[in-house]
Each structure stands twice: as structure tokens, then as C-alpha cells.
Design a binder for this molecule. Structure first.
Ligand code: 1CP
Length: 341
């Protein structure tokens, strides 16, 4: 019997209540983190193992989360492949998007040593955390990394030029996806060797292409990352945001859990997704701005869902927003703890 409900559910064992964690819980909302960012930029905090470990574990103590997620970013892989990323206050910027280059794959060269700080951070986390705190490692999905590398940041989040590129430069795109995936495999092995318990793939831009194109062109690369995780016997959570009816194409070989976005009703998702795959998600992060009585109505529905479908992890349908009231996040974790009694 596991004392931590996340460990129980992710390993397909019974739990008294749904485990709770939130995407982008490390940093962002936490007053202790915001204090830190007044002194140091985000990229610096991420590079120092002691600071990144501290931020990783803050949501356990300050928010009552059941699992910690490594404090890092999906863009460390593009960086390690040689793509220049500038970390500005408005988010990452890309001074030289690869779309402007004739043979982008020829520009890439992977430096695994760029990832050493993540190994150090994980060692620090393992030394500091309680034994029953699960640690989630992650990387960006192949398409999401490719969108940033080719197109740079796109405020519309549609990446129209990148999608056009996929259709017009298929071979070049496949070479780039191969490079991203090889680096991501190395990254998986590094995180597994340094103690993570679960791995999540953040495919935040799955919805910019059709589900058929995703299945045809991207899924083979996702499967390579999944296979790397499975070599270590670790469970895998896949978050294909905006995948819609594509959810029914996922097989238990692809992932153990699928994280559902807030656009997809959870019962529809349960119906679409293979019954052997567990569900994570999918409360709209903006509900956390509502009065607690309204939040509670939503939590009731998630609890009822868990009672019907126990292979379920509570989470949001996308990352928690920066200015979310901390007390509402704490209300959620506390409410589920009370629900257990
Ligand atoms: O969950 C956590 O808090 C752990 C750390 C984490 C994770 C999982 C960070 C820290 N970033 C990410 C993933 C990430 N990064 C995603 C996938 C999840 C999602 O869709 O939200 C994406 C798309 C990024 C790229 C990125 N990094 C953005 C979005 C850029 C855009 O196109 O709008 C931003 C603003 C960053 C910087 C960043 N990453 C993380 C932090 C704490 C910060 C600093 C600013 C912030 O708080 O957002």
C-alpha cells in the first residue's frame, strides 16, 4: 500500500482520493518563488541546482501538492541542440528561428553537457525531499519543440508557418524531429538515472495540426521517447493539448496516462481514450479565479469521476496562471484531503 496517492494511482493501485498536482506549479504563483525572481532571472534560478531544487519542492510544502515537478523548461532541448533562446520577462525569444535557414537540420549539434545542471538539480532534490514525494521529470513533445525551433515564439499560438513547412518540407522536418527526439531520449535517460519517478511529455501544440498528421508524422517520435522512459520501468504521462478526437488513436504502448486539456469534457475523453490508459486533468485553470464555492462545485464533479474511474489524477487542463490566488490553489489540495476522511 502506498502512503502517497500519486504513487498509488500512477502504479494502478487503489487510493482513497485522487492525487493532486498542477502543471506549472513550480514557480509562477508561489510568493517565495516570486520573491526569488525579484533578485534573479528565471534562467539563472534554473541553472543553479540548489535554487532549482528548492523551487521544485516549494509546491509540496506551500501548496500541499502530492507530487513535485522538476523546475526546468521544455526549451532546454532546443538550447542543447544549439538554437539560441533569449529568456526575457515576456517569455522566451528566438533571435534566429530555423525557418529562415535553407537546411536547418545541418545547423544543429547536440551538446549533452548543456543538460548537466538538470542532473545536479535532481541530485539535490533527491537529497532534500521526503521519501514519499514523487518527482515528475519532463520534456517538450517533438512537435512543440519543433514549433519553437522553426518558428520562434508565436503569440497567436497557431504556428501557421510551421504547419505549412511540415507539408512543404517533409524530409527536412523529419530530420529536425529526429534530432529533437534523439536529444530527448538522452534527456530521459539522464533524468531516470537521477531518480525521477514518472515522466510527462508536454505536447502543448498538438492541436496546431490535424490528428491524422500528428499520428502519421509525430507519433513515431513520441513512441521513441516513451520507449526510452519504459527502459527504466517508469510510467509515462502524455499531454497532447488540443488533440481532440485524436485521443482515441492512443494505445497503451503510447502512454500510461493521458493529460486532458480543458476544452475536452472529461467524460468524453474517458469514452475516447483506451480503457487501459489512465486520465489526468482537466479543470480550466481560470476556474481558480472564481469564488471557492464555485471551485468546490467543480471539485465535486472530479471526485465523482474518480469514484467511477479510479485510474485518475486531478490536474488542470493547462498550466496554472501566474496571478492565480494562492489561497484558491491551497483550497483545492485541502478539499481533496478532506474528501478522503
Ligand atoms: O510545471 C512547472 O512549473 C515546472 C517548470 C516548467 C514547465 C513544466 C516551466 C518553468 N516550463 C514548463 C513547460 C513549458 N515551457 C511549456 C509546456 C507547458 C505549457 O504549455 O505551459 C511551454 C510551452 C514552455 C515554454 C515557455 N517557457 C513559455 C511559454 C512561451 C510562449 O510561447 O508563450 C514561457 C513563458 C517559459 C518560461 C518559463 N518556464 C518556466 C518558468 C517558471 C518560466 C518563467 C516565466 C513563467 O513563469 O512562465
Amino acid at each position: 500500500m502506498y502512503s502517497n496517492p500519486f504513487f498509488a494511482v500512477i502504479n494502478h493501485q487503489p487510493a482513497c482520493r485522487p492525487p493532486v498536482w498542477m502543471m506549472r506549479q513550480a514557480g509562477r504563483v508561489l510568493p517565495r518563488y516570486r520573491q526569488l525572481t525579484k533578485m534573479l532571472p528565471f534562467r539563472t534560478i534554473m541553472s543553479y541546482a540548489n535554487l532549482a531544487a528548492e523551487v521544485t519542492l516549494m509546491p509540496i510544502d506551500d501548496m500541499g501538492m502530492d507530487a513535485a515537478i522538476l523546475f526546468s523548461d521544455i526549451l532546454v532541448i532546443p538550447e542543447a541542440l544549439g538554437v539560441k533562446v533569449e529568456w526575457t520577462n515576456e517569455g522566451p525569444a528566438f533571435p534566429h528561428p530555423l525557418m529562415d535557414v535553407e537546411h536547418p537540420a545541418a545547423e544543429l549539434s547536440f551538446s549533452p553537457s548543456h543538460l548537466n545542471h538538470v542532473a545536479d538539480t535532481l541530485d539535490e532534490i533527491m537529497g532534500q525531499k521526503r521519501a514519499d514525494t514523487p518527482v515528475i521529470g519532463f520534456c517538450g513533445g517533438p512537435l512543440t519543440c519543433l514549433c519553437y525551433m522553426l518558428g520562434g515564439r508565436d503569440k497567436t499560438m497557431q504556428f501557421t508557418d510551421v504547419v505549412r513547412y511540415l507539408y512543404t518540407h517533409r524530409e527536412e522536418s523529419l530530420q529536425l524531429l529526429d534530432a529533437i527526439t534523439s536529444a530527448s531520449e538522452t534527456y530521459v535517460h539522464l533524468q531516470a538515472a537521477h531518480g525521477i519517478d514518472t515522466f510527462q511529455i508536454f505536447e502543448s501544440f498538438a492541436g496546431v495540426i490535424s490528428a491524422e498528421l500528428y499520428q502519421d508524422m509525430i507519433m513515431p517520435f513520441v513512441r521513441r521517447i516513451t520507449a526510452a522512459v519504459r527502459q527504466h520501468g517508469l510510467p509515462i504521462i502524455f499531454f497532447p493539448k488540443g488533440f481532440g478526437a485524436g485521443l482515441q488513436m492512443l494505445t497503451p504502448e503510447d502512454c500510461d496516462f493521458v493529460s486532458i486539456d480543458w476544452q475536452t469534457p472529461l467524460l468524453v475523453a474517458r469514452h475516447l481514450v483506451n480503457p487501459a490508459i489512465g486520465i489526468q486533468g482537466n479543470m480550466d485553470p481560470r476556474i481558480l479565479f472564481a469564488p471557492q464555492a464555485v471551485i468546490e462545485q467543480h471539485l465535486q464533479q472530479y471526485l465523482a469521476f474518480f469514484r467511477e474511474h479510479p485510474n485518475y489524477i486531478f490536474n488542470l487542463g493547462h498550466g496554472v496562471h501566474k496571478d492565480t490566488p494562492l489561497e484558491n490553489v491551497q483550497f483545492v489540495t485541502e478539499w481533496f484531503r478532506q474528501a478522503q476522511k
